[in-house]
Structures are given as C-alpha cells and as structure tokens.
Design a protein around this ligand. Structure first.
Ligand SMILES: C[S@@+](CC[C@H](N)C(=O)[O-])C[C@H]1O[C@@H](n2cnc3c(N)ncnc32)[C@H](O)[C@@H]1O
Length: 241
C-alpha cells in the first residue's frame, strides 16, 4: 500500500514535532530580510479582499484550461489540484493513491510539465501548462469540484519587497480560497506558512496551526532536497468548504 493511501490524507508518514535529524544535504535554508510576518500583511490581504482582480487571462492558460475543463465536465470525479506541481511526482502519487479522483497537476514551467508528462499514463492524471493566477480564476468560474488542493513548496519570494508575489500576498488569494477543498501548504520557510495562516484569519476567519514536521518519505523533489539538507519543514491544512 502506498504511503499516501495508508495515510488516508498524507499525514501518517509525517512525524510532527520530531527531533530526528535527516541526512545533511547541500541546499541553503531560505534567507530573508524578514524575521517575522510582514508588517504590511494585514493591510495588503484586506485590500485584496475588497478589489476585483482583473488581469486578463493569458491565451495559453485559456486554451489549456478549456482542454482540461472538458475532462472535468465529462468526469463524475472530484478534483485534486497540485498547483506548482514541478515534475509531477506528487500528482502521480496522488493519482495512484486516489483512482476515483481526477488529479490535475499545474505548472507554468514548460520544462517541468514536459518532465511530468514522461512516465506511465494514469487515466485520472492530467497535467496543465499554465499560470495558476489564470487557471485558479477560471476553475472558480467553472465551479470545479475541488476536493484536495496541494501547494507544495511554492516559490518563497523571501525578500520583504516581494510580499505580493507570495500566494497569500497576491490579489489572486481570494480566488485560491474560493476554489475550496482541503488545502495543504508546505514550505521550508516558516514565515511563509505563518503569513499564510495569518492571511487565512483575515480573509476567511479560518484559524489553523502551523506545524513543523519531518518528512520521512518525501513526496516531492523539493521536499526530498530540503529534508536531506536538514531544513525544518512546515505545513498547514485548512478545510475551505
Ligand atoms: C519550488 S518549485 C516546487 C515544485 C514541486 N511542488 C516540488 O515540491 O518539488 C515551485 C514550482 O511552482 C511553479 N510555479 C511558480 N509560480 C507558478 C504559477 N504562477 N503558476 C504555475 N506554476 C507556478 C514553478 O514553475 C515550480 O515548478
């Protein structure tokens, strides 16, 4: 049985609060000029809740969305989104573990999506080359039945001036929340997860803990690299429906 299946919802193979030290690797921890949550976080998140985000949808995102939307509409399954799926390792594991769900891996990198598409075909696994900023808005409009949403090691944008490039500081955040489902965020930068938790309080009145965990069976290449480098890992889970 796969670790994900046996865990029910990916948790069982994560040892929370463990002191166990993974093997040391060669990745540097996130370095930032922030030592705590950004001072402008509440202001920015509140502002984004009040405005309509009108950036035009890119043509390539639209055509990719239409392709996958047909599959979603034709299926009776609910959806697991793996946003920023990289080489698709986690999408593939989830598709194998949950054959009754439609797993959709999204990444804006051509090269990563091309790598993701290499490997065994699974009938419930699909990859989309596109920008989440567009695809999430289209998926909300189309009312995709999202059951789980994975945000595994998003780019941290650690410079304070880049707050609005982090998902919780971006105007698309409210659309991300509107997608619904059980959202899981993982990062090797505690402040990213802590800010995301604070943004959830502001935007959705959801109060969720940030947990440190040890990935004894990493589910993505970045998780594997960070674990092997001895980085502490953090995550949160929130039910958005
Ligand atoms: C740090 S990597 C993590 C990849 C994978 N989840 C993992 O853990 O191995 C972040 C990924 O997010 C993708 N990404 C960043 N911004 C994106 C966006 N706006 N839309 C889609 N993908 C995005 C990048 O191309 C990259 O593959």
């Amino acid at each position: 049985m796969s670790t994900i299946l046996s865990a029910g919802i990916v948790d069982a193979h994560l040892i929370e609060g463990t002191d166990a030290e993974p093997e040391i690797g060669h990745s540097s921890p996130v370095s930032s000029n922030q030592q705590s949550n950004h001072r402008q976080l509440a202001k920015i998140v509140s502002k984004h809740q009040k405005i309509s985000y009108l950036r035009p949808i890119a043509t390539f995102s639209r055509s990719e969305f239409d392709r996958i939307d047909e599959i979603v509409n034709a299926s009776r399954s609910s959806v697991i989104l793996d946003s920023g799926c990289g080489n698709g390792e986690s999408s593939r594991s989830f598709a194998a573990a949950f054959p009754d769900k439609l797993v959709i891996g999204i990444d804006k990198s051509d090269a990563r999506i091309a790598r993701a598409e290499v490997g065994d075909t699974l009938p419930n696994l699909h990859f989309v080359h596109g920008d989440c900023v567009d695809l999430w808005r289209l998926a909300v409009q189309a009312r995709w039945p999202v059951w789980r949403h994975l945000l595994l090691y998003p780019n941290p944008w650690p410079k304070a001036k880049h707050l609005q490039r982090r998902w919780h500081g971006h105007p698309v955040f409210k659309h991300l929340l509107a997608l619904g489902g059980c959202l899981e965020l993982r990062s090797n930068w505690e402040i990213y997860v802590s800010e995301f938790a604070a943004a959830l309080e502001i935007a959705a009145a959801k109060y969720v803990p940030v947990k440190r965990f040890f990935a004894d069976a990493p589910i993505t290449p970045f998780e594997r690299k960070y674990a092997a480098s001895g980085h502490p890992l953090y995550r949160l889970q929130v039910q958005l429906d």
